[in-house]
Design a protein around this ligand. Structure first.
Ligand SMILES: Nc1ncnc2c1ncn2[C@@H]1O[C@H](COP(=O)(O)OP(=O)(O)OP(=O)(O)O)[C@@H](O)[C@H]1O
Length: 310
């Protein structure tokens, strides 16, 4: 337990230990473990319930198994142990009901913005007119009106991410799985994406599982923050966030909470790295002070790249 939640720290009621919810969970992760080969225990006995419409942030340092868990939810990884169900059905492979959004928006470079949205909609059986109308609706939702005919290379990183988000949302998945989607964006664009995603989530109340190692991002977006630790990857805290929405990342209480979480988790995190080698200065617009210790995710780094250093 985070001790200061029980102490006199004033914003403590904004972050409370998870209270059990009535009703069946939409996503039930039950005692899930996963090994890569004989050496790496990526997940150890992880159990989490996610209810319909919850926005859950999986927060933890690099290598704690966030991405492994997300891919298991997506059905891209079959866990070595335990069980994952969605609406009571065991996850046994990928499904269009579970859309993954990555840090690098995987857009078709030869298609326009609108075609990037209509292509998968047509593949799902929508008529040309239906796909077109739906694409335009979601392009509007992510505020890209006027860019329908633009190609991905003509867009900024933030705009490409908005296309990727629109494409995922247009498919109307039951669950949105997001793997550090804003990790490669500059701070200002990331704040814009946070506002946009909050607005969309407040409108649609999709069930979202969002992976991040950025504490402030987790507090800005999450209804709930599940904190994980590494070696082996496991859940160490499950917290409900009661900060009213829309949330301001510069809100005093949020900033204080963020600092307290970083301090506390930094002091207990057994996966914390030994002193790093020569540091590569982060780009000025990335505030790495918001991240947990050991979080050295770089844009585009593939999951698993940490293993070699364990
Ligand atoms: N394909 C793989 N083969 C071997 N080991 C892997 C593989 N993928 C992940 N791992 C290892 O499993 C552990 C968990 O990795 P994972 O990518 O899930 O962590 P993470 O918390 O998402 O980290 P990051 O924030 O850096 O992406 C790490 O030790 C990682 O090196």
């Amino acid at each position: 337990m985070l001790d200061w939640l029980k102490s006199g720290f004033s914003p403590r009621r904004l972050l409370v230990p998870r209270r059990a919810r009535a009703g069946d969970a939409k996503i039930a992760v039950q005692r899930v473990g996963h090994r890569f080969g004989n050496e790496v225990v990526a997940l150890d006995n992880v159990s989490i319930d996610v209810h319909q419409g919850e926005f859950v942030c999986l927060l933890g340092p690099s290598g704690c198994g966030k991405t492994t868990l997300l891919y298991a939810l997506a059905g891209h990884i079959a866990p070595s142990g335990g069980r994952i169900t969605i609406d009571g059905q065991e996850v046994s492979g990928p499904s269009p009901e579970r859309m993954l959004v990555f840090q690098e928006p995987a857009l078709f470079p030869w298609l326009s913005v609108k075609q990037n949205l209509t292509f998968p909609l047509r593949a799902r059986g929508l008529s040309r007119a239906e796909a077109s109308a739906r694409a335009l609706e979601f392009i509007h939702l992510v505020q890209l009106d006027g860019f329908e005919r633009a190609q991905p290379h003509e867009l900024s990183g933030g705009m490409r991410m908005r296309v990727s988000l629109a494409r995922a949302l247009a498919m109307d998945p039951q669950v949105l799985l997001m793997d550090e989607p804003f990790g490669a964006l500059d701070a200002q664009t990331r704040d814009q994406m946070h506002r946009l995603l909050q607005r969309i989530w407040m409108r649609d109340q999709k069930t979202v599982v969002f992976v991040t190692h950025n504490v402030r991002e987790a507090l800005v977006l999450g209804d709930r923050v599940v904190v994980m630790a590494a070696r082996p990857g496991r859940v160490i805290h499950d917290l409900d966030v009661h900060i009213p929405r829309p949330r301001d990342p510069d809100d005093d209480a949020l900033v204080q909470l963020s600092r307290r979480i970083r301090e506390e988790i930094g002091s207990v995190e057994p996966g914390r790295r030994d002193p790093p080698g020569p540091a590569t200065p982060p780009p000025e617009d990335r505030d790495d002070r918001e991240s947990l210790p050991g979080s050295d995710r770089l844009p585009g780094r593939a999951p698993g790249a940490v293993g070699a250093r364990l």
